[in-house]
Design a protein around this ligand. Structure first.
Ligand SMILES: C[S@@+](CC[C@H](N)C(=O)[O-])C[C@H]1O[C@@H](n2cnc3c(N)ncnc32)[C@H](O)[C@@H]1O
Length: 167
């Protein structure tokens, strides 16, 4: 199964539509505000955010992914590029990354780059596997818990402030 097929299968799982919608909601974009979707894959979120009226740019390291995204959504904006050196100047109110940060060798560098492209007060929304909801059969539960909590600390340790949900 190719990566695109795996992503399509994930997008067909129960709750996937609601999860994506929740990430858009958490961005709290004002009408017309620009958003960048990093590690955009085949471009579904960019297509959906654009349809909601937000100028959206998708960036992915993989030329094949960007090609597929452009094939599926030819009217939308997709660029080949890295989360560490986004091929944009900035001015984004929202930075979204779905199922990406756990793949990054240097997530702190990607967070610094997110900060560069966000306007003051801009928001980052990262989504991915629910590590604390997974059952990990580990002989070292304390260490496992530390790893599971590490990602949250990564964000707060790099200057991002957690905002409580309005709902
Ligand atoms: C699991 S896929 C998720 C795709 C999409 N966000 C989604 O939710 O369906 C991870 C994506 O991140 C991309 N990616 C991995 N490392 C990256 C990096 N350093 N910079 C930009 N994109 C990256 C991969 O090419 C892949 O398309």
């Amino acid at each position: 199964m190719s990566m695109v097929q795996r992503l399509d299968a994930a997008d067909a799982l129960p709750g996937a539509v609601e999860l994506r919608a929740r990430t858009y909601e958490l961005l709290r974009l004002e009408p017309g505000c620009a958003v960048i979707d990093v590690g955009c894959g085949a471009g579904l979120a960019v297509a959906e955010l654009s349809s909601l009226g937000f100028p959206a740019v998708g960036v992915d390291l993989s030329a094949e992914m960007v090609e597929e995204a452009r094939r599926r959504s030819p009217d939308r904006d997709f660029l080949i590029g890295s989360a560490y050196a986004l091929p944009v100047d900035g001015g984004f109110a929202g930075h979204r990354a779905g199922k990406v940060f756990h793949e990054l060798a240097d997530p702190e560098a990607a967070l610094a780059e997110a900060r560069r492209v966000l306007v003051p007060g801009g928001r980052i929304v990262v989504s991915g596997p629910g590590w604390e909801a997974l059952v990990i059969d580990s002989s070292y539960p304390a260490l496992t818990r530390e790893i599971a909590r590490g990602f949250r600390r990564l964000l707060t340790g790099n200057g991002f402030v957690r905002c409580r949900s309005r709902a």
